[in-house]
Design a protein around this ligand. Structure first.
Ligand SMILES: *Cc1c(COP(=O)(O)O)cnc(C)c1O
Length: 388
C-alpha cells in the first residue's frame, strides 16, 4: 500500500498523517472545513448553546474539602466532567464534530467503538440532531458489551459487528476507514480521542479545550490564582489535552498525565507510526504494537495522541503510572470522602493526586480532571473487590 505523507499537523516530531492517497483526500477536505468553521462566531455560538442546554455546562470545579483534609497537603479541586449528560467528557467532542458534520452537509455519521462509550456518546448526539448513525464495533466487543450495543440501538443507531480479524477495536477501525474512504463526500467519520491522522488531534483538542477554559476561570474566581498542578488520566489523551490546553503556556502550572501500569504508552513507548500518525507506541520485541490491559476500558490503547507525545519528549508535561490497587483504593476513597463515585479511568488521576497532595504545602492547589462518573464500573469493582 503506498502511503502519502503530509507535513501538516505536527507537534515536534509527532503527528502528521501516514495514509493511502484516497484517505488523504478525505482528510484534506475535513481540514479545510474545520479551519473554515473553528473561529466562526456563529458556529462557536451554536457549540456553546448545545454545551449549555444539552450537556449541562458549565460544570462545577468542586473543592474536595474532606479529601484535602484527610491528605493534609495541597488543596484538591475536581473538574466535574462526570456531571455532563452521558456521564463523561466524551460528549463535548461529539457535539462539536456533529455540528461540523452538519455544516459540511454530511447525511450520516459513522464512528468506531471498543468498549462502547464513544459509540453511546455518538449515538446520543446523533439522536438529538436527527442524524443517521452507524457504529462499527468488533464482534467480540459486541458480545462483551451487549448492554452498550442495546443502548446504541435504543438511541436509534445501527451497530455493525465486525467479524474480520480478531473482532476487536482495530478491526472496527479498519471497517470504519473503508466506509470513510468510499463515501466521505456525504458522511462524517467522528473520532473519539485526540489520536489519528491530522486534522483529528487538533479537532478533538479544540472541542475539549472547554474543560480548561472553564477551570481556569473558575480557579481564578475561587482562589485568585492559577493552580500549581493539573492532573488527568490518559487513554488516547482527549480529556487530558482538554484539561491542559489553557495552561500549556503557563509555565508555573505542572501538567501531569496518568496511565495504567499495563498501558504505559508515554512512560515506556517509542516513536512509531500507528493508525496513520506518529506517536509514542508500546511495542513488543518484534516491533509490533503491544496488547495493553487496563481495568479501565477507556485507557486500553497502545498509542497516545501526538501532542502528548510531544509534551512528554519536550518535558512540558509529566506522565506517571499507577497500579490497579492504587486505582481501586482511589475509587473507594473518593466515594467515601466526597460522595462522588469516579469512573475507573478518572480514578487513575485521583490515585496520583493521593500520592502527590501530601508532599505539597497547604497553600498549593491541584486540579484533578474527573473525566467521568463511575456508575458504569460499579459492578466490575464489586467483583474485583470480592475476589481480593
Ligand atoms: C474514554 C474515557 C477516557 C479515556 O479517553 P481519553 O481520550 O484519554 O480522555 C477517560 N475517562 C473516561 C471517563 C472515558 O470515558
Amino acid at each position: 500500500m503506498s502511503l502519502v505523507q503530509s507535513r501538516k499537523g505536527y507537534f515536534g516530531e509527532f503527528g502528521g498523517s501516514f495514509v493511502p492517497p484516497e484517505l488523504q483526500e478525505a482528510l484534506d477536505y475535513l481540514e479545510e472545513q474545520f479551519l473554515k468553521y473553528k473561529d466562526d462566531q456563529e458556529f462557536n455560538d451554536e457549540f456553546k448553546f448545545y454545551l449549555k442546554e444539552y450537556v449541562g455546562r458549565e460544570n462545577p470545579l468542586t473543592f474536595a474539602a474532606r479529601l484535602t483534609e484527610r491528605l493534609g497537603g495541597a488543596k484538591i479541586y475536581l473538574k466535574r466532567e462526570d456531571l455532563n449528560h452521558t456521564g463523561s467528557h466524551k460528549i463535548n467532542n461529539v457535539i462539536g464534530q456533529i455540528l461540523l458534520a452538519k455544516r459540511m452537509g454530511a447525511k450520516r455519521v459513522i464512528a468506531e467503538t471498543g468498549a462502547g462509550q464513544h459509540g453511546v456518546a455518538t449515538a446520543t448526539a446523533c439522536a438529538m440532531f436527527g442524524m443517521d448513525c452507524t457504529i462499527y464495533m468488533g464482534m467480540e466487543d459486541t458480545r462483551r458489551q451487549a448492554l452498550n450495543v442495546f443502548r446504541m440501538e435504543l438511541l436509534g443507531a445501527k451497530v455493525v459487528p465486525v467479524s474480520k480479524g480478531q473482532g476487536r477495536l482495530k478491526d472496527a477501525v479498519d471497517e470504519a476507514l473503508n466506509d470513510f474512504v468510499q463515501n466521505y463526500k456525504d458522511m462524517f467519520y467522528l473520532l473519539g480521542s485526540a489520536v489519528g491522522p491530522h486534522p483529528y488531534p487538533s479537532i478533538v483538542k479544540h472541542f475539549q479545550s472547554v474543560i480548561s477554559e472553564e477551570s481556569k476561570q473558575q480557579i481564578l474566581e475561587k482562589e485568585g490564582r492559577l493552580p500549581d498542578v493539573v492532573i488527568a488520566c490518559v487513554g488516547g489523551g482527549s480529556n487530558a489535552i482538554g484539561a491542559f490546553a489553557h495552561y500549556i503556556d503557563e509555565p508555573s502550572v505542572r501538567l501531569i498525565g496518568v496511565e495504567p501500569e499495563k498501558a504505559a504508552t508515554l512512560t515506556k513507548g517509542v516513536p512509531s507510526v500507528l493508525h496513520g500518525f506518529k506517536c509514542l507506541v508500546l511495542l513488543d520485541e518484534e516491533g509490533n504494537p503491544q496488547p495493553t490491559y487496563s481495568i479501565a476500558a477507556g485507557l486500553d490503547y497502545p498509542g497516545i495522541g501526538p501532542e502528548h507525545s510531544h509534551l512528554k519528549v519536550s518535558g512540558r508535561a509529566e506522565y506517571y503510572t499507577v497500579t490497579n490497587e492504587e486505582v481501586l483504593e482511589a475509587f473507594q476513597l473518593l466515594s467515601k470522602t466526597e460522595g462522588i463515585i469516579p469512573a475507573l479511568e478518572s480514578a487513575h488521576a485521583v490515585a496520583y493526586a493521593l500520592k502527590l497532595a501530601p508532599a505539597l504545602s497547604k497553600e498549593q492547589i491541584i486540579i484533578v480532571n474527573l473525566s467521568g462518573r463511575g456508575d458504569k464500573d460499579v459492578e466490575q469493582v464489586f467483583h474485583m473487590l470480592k475476589q481480593a
